[in-house]
Design a binder for this molecule. Structure first.
Ligand SMILES: [Zn+2]
Length: 203
């Protein structure tokens, strides 16, 4: 394994842990696809989580602007899936702190726990296990900026863009890029036409 794992090494690790599955899947929104990815299945093994987050931290450290502010850098994640990445990156970089937002039970919007407040001018690195639609990371970015913090970058283990993934206009780091084949529904799905068995998945 390289110090920064290659795309091939990351994909091998995801397959070996069952995090990346090939087949015929139906997503909750009705789309069909040939691939299913659940990074948490890889992150349950501490050594794998460590390899991935240390690799990501090496990419971050190579940016001189981020390297210069590591002692004051906050690592912030929008979801539980990002927690092992956030702690791994914080440990490897020796950054200042880690915290996370959670979806509020009433309206589903992201919030921080009581007394967890950004200080004006705080430098924040956004971290998650995966960037897919970018919905939660967009909301998190707006939330920390509304409190006067400055977002200095975005780091994820896997970049799996969709046509709707926004451009964050931030320094962006990832270890591997995955592009699955999606079909809008069963009627449009080539895999359905081949008659392969279908598995329903929750995202
Ligand atoms: Zn299908």
């Amino acid at each position: 394994m390289h110090l920064v794992p290659t795309q091939e090494e990351v994909i091998a690790l995801l397959k070996q842990t069952g995090a990346l599955r090939h087949g015929h899947f139906e997503y909750p929104n009705g789309m069909h696809g040939n691939e299913y990815l659940q990074v948490a299945l890889a992150m349950r093994y501490y050594q794998h989580a460590k390899i991935l987050s240390v690799g990501l931290s090496r990419l971050l450290r190579a940016n001189p602007e981020i390297r210069a502010i590591i002692p004051e850098l906050s690592i912030v994640t929008p979801a539980t899936g990002g927690l092992p990445v956030a702690y791994g990156v914080c440990e490897a970089l020796r950054a200042h702190q880690v915290y996370w937002a959670e979806a509020d039970g009433n309206d589903g919007r992201l919030r921080f726990r009581q007394y967890l407040e950004q200080v004006p001018g705080e430098r924040v690195l956004l971290v998650d296990d995966i960037l897919r639609s970018g919905k939660k990371l967009t909301e998190l970015k707006q939330l920390v900026e509304s409190k006067g913090a400055e977002v200095v970058g975005l780091a994820v283990i896997i970049h799996q863009p969709t046509p709707r993934t926004p451009d964050f206009s931030l320094p962006f780091y990832y270890l591997a890029k995955l592009e699955a084949v999606y079909y809008r529904d069963a009627a449009a799905c080539d895999i359905c036409h081949r008659g392969e068995p279908l598995e329903k998945v929750l995202v």
